[in-house]
Ligand binder design. Sequence first.
Ligand SMILES: [Cu+2]
Length: 235
Amino acid sequence: MTGGRITAPLAVFILGSSAGCGGPYSTLDPAGPAASAAAFLWWGMFGLFTLVLVFVVGLWLYAMRRDPDPAGGQDVGRVHRRLLVGGGLVLPMASILVLLAFGIPAGHMMLPLPPAEGEALRIDVRAHQWYWETHYPGTGVRLVDEVHMPAGVPVNVHLTSEDVIHSFWVPRLAGKLDAIPGHENVLRLRAYSPGIYRGQCAEFCGVGHAHMQFTVHVYTPEDFEAWLEAAQHDD
Ligand SMILES: [Cu+2]
């Protein structure tokens, strides 16, 4: 097979798949530390598994082309044992250790651990079929399908549900977390900079699930205070 016959489909594949890397719902266009950690993990896994694929295809081509062993397989048992130990034990254990080394810190970034600086802002989010109700404790401010928050500040989203299990997901800011009836989960959100980010329910919750979207408005801390002040007077 010539290089050109491989290169052209590969280029089409890379161009086609990278076209989906942008957009308001893309985890590969992170806008916060937790989403950046998840995107880094994704690209790391993509790179590693591409190498594994190339290696396996290389082995396959080698096996197809090599001459049969004229000695008649005296070493077959030894080769099989090496393959079993190497491919069946060492390689999976090393892969899992590498994944854990990067995956555990990435998961920690979504937890409501005590922030290094000051307190986290609390926002209560209650999921309903099929909308999101947002409440800012101590202010009386209630919103539907909107979250407003400051940039650069840790925000703890306290999630629960009115009816069935939903999942709160803002792909560019953090991973997803379930909203469960009778239970509270806490998700840490943090945005690098002001902007508008899109969120979506990520757990099938009935016929309105696909439309259970929301918008996250991120301001500078000063603008957020001004917004909160104005929202309280609107009530
Ligand atoms: Cu849903």
